[in-house]
Ligand binder design. Structure first.
Ligand code: OOG
Ligand code: MG
Length: 263
C-alpha cells in the first residue's frame, strides 16, 4: 500500500516535476509513495503552475491506448494529460532539443471539438462534438531518469507530454479504423502501425475520455484538441532529423528537429 502524501508533499512533487520540465534535469521516480488519485492531483497542480506562467490549455491527450505503447513502457492502463499552447508546434515547424531530457516522438490521431464536453455529456454528444480529425505527432519527454516510471509516476508527470504537432484538419470521416500509420525519420520508416492499433478505432477513445472527465471532474472546452494516443511505440528524436507521420487517407504531418549547436 502507498503512504498518503499530504498537501505540502503533493505541491512539492509538482514543483520538482515542473522544474525538471523547465531545466531538462531528470528527477527520481516517486515509486510507491504515490497513488493514482494523488498523481492526478499533482498533474492538476502542474497545470496551475503553467497557467500562472501565462500558458493556456489547448486540449487533452490520452496515453496507453495501443498495445505497442503499453508493451514499450510496461504500463497497461489508459491515462490522460493536458496540452497547452506552449507545447504546440505548427505543422512543418522546428523543435529545439535544448532543455529536453530524452525526447521521443510518436504518430497519433487528433480530434477537434466544436462544443464543450464534460462529465454530464453523453457519448452521442461527444461524438457529435468532434468537428475535425488530423494526423498528429506527439513529442513525449519523461521527466524521470531513464524514461522509466510507474503508472502514478507518469500521470503525475502529465503523461510525459512535451510538444505536439497537428497536420491538416479535415471533417471527421466515419471510417477511421484500418488506416496505415507510418512514422518516418528523413523519409525512412522508423515505426509502422494502423489506426486500428488505437483501441481498435481511434473514435473508441472518446467514451474512455468521457469516463475520465467524469471521474476527475474536468471539462473539455469547444475548440480543444484531443490526442487519441500513439499507434506505434515511440522513437527517440535525433538532432537534425526530419520527422513525419503519414496516416492513410488523412495526410502527413511533419516536424524538423534542430541540429545541435555548441553555443
Ligand atoms: C507516456 C505517454 C503515453 C501515448 O500516446 O500512449 C502516450 C509515455 O509513454 O511516456 O502519450
Ligand atoms: Mg502520446
Amino acid at each position: 500500500m502507498s503512504t498518503t502524501l499530504n498537501e505540502a508533499q503533493l505541491e512539492h512533487a509538482a514543483a520538482s516535476l515542473d522544474s525538471a520540465q523547465l531545466t531538462g534535469q531528470a528527477i527520481e521516480q516517486f515509486g510507491d509513495s504515490l497513488d493514482l488519485d494523488q498523481a492526478y492531483s499533482i498533474q492538476n497542480e502542474l497545470l496551475e503552475l503553467r497557467r500562472n506562467r501565462g500558458e493556456r490549455t489547448t486540449g487533452r491527450k490520452l496515453g496507453f491506448t495501443s498495445e505497442a505503447k503499453m508493451a514499450q513502457m510496461g504500463v497497461s492502463e489508459l491515462i490522460v494529460g493536458f496540452l497547452t499552447d506552449a507545447m504546440e508546434i505548427s505543422d512543418g515547424g522546428s523543435l529545439s532539443l535544448k532543455g529536453l531530457v530524452h525526447p521521443r516522438v510518436e504518430p497519433e490521431i487528433a480530434f477537434r471539438l466544436s462544443t464543450s464536453i464534460g462529465p454530464e455529456s453523453t457519448e452521442e454528444q461527444f461524438l457529435a462534438a468532434v468537428e475535425a480529425v488530423a494526423p498528429a505527432l506527439e513529442v513525449i519527454d519523461s521527466r524521470y531518469q531513464n524514461f522509466r516510471f510507474s503508472l502514478p509516476d507518469v500521470v503525475a508527470d502529465n503523461t510525459s507530454a512535451c510538444r505536439y504537432v497537428i497536420g491538416p484538419w479535415q471533417p471527421l470521416t466515419p471510417k477511421l479504423a484500418n488506416r496505415a500509420v507510418v512514422l518516418n525519420f528523413d523519409g525512412t520508416p522508423a515505426a509502422e502501425g494502423s489506426t486500428s492499433d488505437i483501441l481498435g478505432d481511434p473514435l473508441l477513445t472518446l467514451p474512455r475520455l468521457l469516463a475520465m472527465s467524469a471521474k476527475y471532474g474536468f471539462t473539455i472546452p469547444a475548440g480543444s484538441v484531443i490526442l487519441a494516443g500513439a499507434a506505434t511505440a515511440a522513437v527517440a528524436l535525433t538532432p537534425g532529423a526530419l520527422v513525419s507521420a503519414d496516416v492513410e487517407g488523412l495526410g502527413t504531418v511533419s516536424l524538423n528537429v534542430e541540429a545541435e549547436n555548441n553555443d
